[in-house]
Design a protein around this ligand. Structure first.
Ligand SMILES: [Zn+2]
Length: 362
């Protein structure tokens, strides 16, 4: 403590008081190696959202989302755990593996209360191999995958950084990119950041990020290997000393779970287009094959958003907005199995869930 110049100490105390809004005496400690000042923040600030704090309002929110969440299957993946407990806050009081689990368990309880089915990669402090998490998700029968993490800066001198971010796989020019993942990421990001009172960081305008920003052309293993729609949430930076204090509080972890839950609920309440092949209208015409699909949506489909692929090659299509029908023409296709992929986006901004249908040309 004595190593800090008096003027710097005064400035730090002023900043601290500004952050906490009170003048409780705090003792800064010199972190041994990185010359980092660590505060024991006793007065941490957050608000419990009214619709979580008041039971009547909370039940009303659960009821609002229940019709769209009932029967939906979610796979929650609290990151790390067991032998992997190395990610810790500066004071050591927050272990990332633990807060990931606490937030996931609250999210699970809210989803189940709404009638959703929840699977988890782990529900206690146990080791689950990174690759095995996607295997578990792919075999679970779940429809949506949500991985929950907390962040740390690449450079430990940036310990003051804090924001909320949500990742999706790939970038828009990439065949692996599924716009529906990005949609869910947007909804979860907005409500989680709002509930925590955090910004989404300066690396993107809405707090959602491609996982290629972290690992170019590869992304995160859990998002790349998971075959159902998947997102990864970095709730906040456990290395930030104010956030570290909040993350230790059970009620705050509950607020985080509530934020993610509301984002999910609003996404499904807004809705997305449904794609279905009309089998008895699909036929062979000479050497060509015509495939017909219905694109149903409570918000009209944007005609320019409709795209179709056969084995990752763009194919011509005709979209009739009146009937909301899509007709694809496969000209002189080779025999064998083909994967048809259809993309479309509604005016409410949400795209259809990933649609990949295998067809057999005889
Ligand atoms: Zn993590």
């Amino acid at each position: 403590m004595s190593k800090i110049p008096a003027t710097k100490k005064l400035l730090l105390i002023i900043v601290f008081v500004w952050l906490t809004g009170c003048a409780t005496t705090q003792i800064p400690e010199q972190a041994s190696q990185a010359n980092i000042i660590v505060y024991n923040v006793e007065n941490v600030f957050y608000e419990v959202p009214r619709d979580l704090a008041e039971e009547e309002a909370r039940l009303a929110a659960i009821q609002r989302y229940s019709p769209v969440l009932k029967g939906k299957k979610f796979f929650l993946d609290p990151g790390h755990g067991g032998e992997d407990r190395r990610n810790k806050s500066l004071s050591g009081k927050v272990v990332e593996a633990d807060v990931n689990l606490y937030v996931a368990l609250y999210l699970k309880s809210f989803l189940e209360e709404s009638g959703a089915v929840v699977y988890m990669s782990r529900d206690k402090d146990t080791t689950v191999d990174l690759k095995y998490r996607s295997v578990l998700a792919n075999n679970s029968g779940a429809d949506f995958f949500i991985s929950i993490h907390h962040n740390a800066p690449g450079n430990s001198e940036h310990y003051w950084i804090n924001y909320t971010s949500t990742f999706y796989h790939g970038t828009e020019d990439d065949y692996e990119y599924e716009p529906a993942n990005h949609d869910l990421a947007r909804y979860v990001q907005r409500d989680l950041a709002y509930a925590m009172g955090n910004s989404g960081g300066l690396g993107s305008f809405d707090g959602t990020y491609s996982d290629y920003m972290i690992y170019a052309k590869a992304g995160f293993s859990v998002l790349r290997e998971t075959q159902i729609p998947a997102i990864l949430v970095e709730c906040a930076f456990y290395t930030n000393r104010v956030e570290e204090s909040r993350l230790q509080i059970d009620e705050f972890n509950k607020i985080q779970g509530w934020g993610i839950f509301k984002g999910i609920g609003k996404y499904f309440l807004t809705g997305y287009p449904e794609i279905e092949m009309i089998k008895d209208r699909s036929r062979s015409i000479g050497n060509n094959v015509e495939l017909v699909f219905s694109l149903s949506s409570k918000s009209p489909i944007k005609p320019e958003s409709v795209k179709a692929y056969a084995d990752s090659v763009v194919i011509p299509h005709v979209f009739d907005p009146e009937k909301s029908e899509l007709t694809l023409l496969l000209e002189n296709p080779s025999r064998g199995e083909k994967t048809i992929r259809v993309l479309c986006t509604a005016k409410n901004g949400n795209s259809a869930q990933p649609y990949h249908k295998k067809i057999l040309i005889k």
